[in-house]
Ligand binder design. Structure first.
Ligand SMILES: Nc1ncnc2c1ncn2[C@@H]1O[C@H](COP(=O)(O)OP(=O)(O)OP(=O)(O)O)[C@@H](O)[C@H]1O
Ligand SMILES: [Mg+2]
Length: 259
C-alpha cells in the first residue's frame, strides 16, 4: 500500500455565490507516493500544485475521488503530515525555541521532553545557538530552517513543502536545497515538494511529477536515479532538465502570452 494515494482526485470551486457554476482546477489526478520518496510537483502557475498539497495536508477535501494516507481517507490536518509554507510562518512574539515547542504543544507531544526535542531539532538544522532569539532577527533562510525544525521535532512522516525556498536569494536557496537533500538522505522522510524551478527539482527529487495547465492533471513523471550526479552541469541532469522543459506547458498567466 502506498503511503499517500490520490485516486481520481478532482477539485472544483464555485465561481458564483449562488453556487450554480463551478470551475474544475484539479482533474482526475492519480498519484501514489511511497514511503521515503522525494516527490517534486512542477507545472505552470495555477495548475493545482498547492491544491494537491492542501488535499494531502487535509486542509481541503476533494470534490470527487479520494485522498488516502496509510490507506485511510484524509479527513483533516495531522502532525504526521507537516507543512512548510512559502510565506514565513513563525509566531513573532515567541522565541525560536518556543516556536518549535509550540508546535509540539499543539500536537500533544509528551510535556517533559518538549524542550529537549525542540532543541535537538534546532541543532539538526544548525540553529541551536539562535534558540532564544525572536524570529525578526533571523534571515528568511533561517526562518525556513526553523519551519523544517518544527516538522523534525513533531517527527512528521511526511514533509509537505510549498515552494519553501522560492522567496530566498539563489545562494541561500542552493544552501537550503543541499541541507534538505542531506536531511532526506539521512532520515528518509517522505517529501512532497512544490517548485517552479526545474533545476531545483532535478537536484532534489527521487521522482518528478509534471502538471498540465488549468485544470491541472499529470502529464509526465520521471524517476530520478538515486545515483544521478546532483550537479546541474552533469550530462544526466542536463538531459533530464531539457526533457522536462520541452514538455512544460506555458504558464496561463505568463507575461509573454499576455503581450
Ligand atoms: N479556495 C479557492 N477558491 C477558488 N479557487 C481556488 C481556490 N484555491 C485555488 N483556487 C484556484 O485553483 C487553481 C489552482 O490553484 P493552485 O494554488 O493550486 O495553483 P498552483 O499550481 O499552486 O500555482 P502557483 O504556482 O502560482 O502557486 C487556480 O486557478 C486558483 O485560482
Ligand atoms: Mg501554489
Amino acid at each position: 500500500m502506498a503511503l499517500i494515494e490520490l485516486s481520481h482526485a478532482t477539485k472544483a470551486y464555485w465561481t458564483d455565490r449562488s453556487k450554480r457554476r463551478a470551475r474544475i482546477v484539479l482533474d482526475d489526478v492519480d498519484l501514489a507516493i511511497e514511503e521515503g520518496e522525494f516527490v517534486c510537483l512542477i507545472g505552470p502557475s495555477g495548475c493545482g500544485k498547492t491544491v494537491t498539497l492542501n488535499l494531502i495536508a487535509g486542509f481541503e477535501q476533494p470534490t470527487r475521488g479520494s485522498v488516502r494516507y496509510r490507506g485511510r481517507e484524509v479527513a483533516g490536518p495531522g502532525p504526521e503530515r507537516g507543512v512548510v509554507f512559502q510565506e514565513y510562518s513563525l509566531l513573532p512574539w515567541l522565541t525560536v525555541l518556543e516556536n518549535v515547542v509550540f508546535a509540539l504543544d499543539s500536537c500533544g507531544a509528551p510535556r517533559a521532553a518538549r524542550r529537549d526535542t525542540a532543541l535537538s531539532a534546532l541543532r539538526a538544522v544548525g540553529l541551536a545557538e539562535f534558540a532564544d532569539q525572536r524570529p525578526n532577527l533571523l534571515s528568511g533562510g533561517m526562518k525556513q530552517r526553523v519551519a523544517i525544525a518544527r516538522l523534525l521535532a513533531m517527527d512528521s512522516d511526511v514533509f509537505l513543502m510549498d515552494e519553501p525556498f522560492s522567496a530566498l536569494d539563489e545562494q541561500t536557496r542552493a544552501a537550503l536545497d543541499a541541507s534538505l537533500f542531506h536531511l532526506w538522505r539521512e532520515r528518509r522522510k517522505t517529501v512532497v515538494f512544490i517548485t517552479h524551478n526545474i533545476s531545483e527539482a532535478v537536484l532534489l527529487a527521487s521522482r518528478i511529477v509534471l502538471y498540465s495547465g488549468t485544470p491541472g492533471s499529470i502529464i509526465g513523471q520521471w524517476r530520478v536515479p538515486e545515483d544521478l550526479p546532483r550537479d546541474a552541469g552533469s550530462p544526466e541532469a542536463r538531459r533530464l532538465h531539457a526533457e522536462i522543459r520541452d514538455l512544460m506547458p506555458a504558464s496561463a498567466c505568463s507575461f509573454a502570452e499576455d503581450a
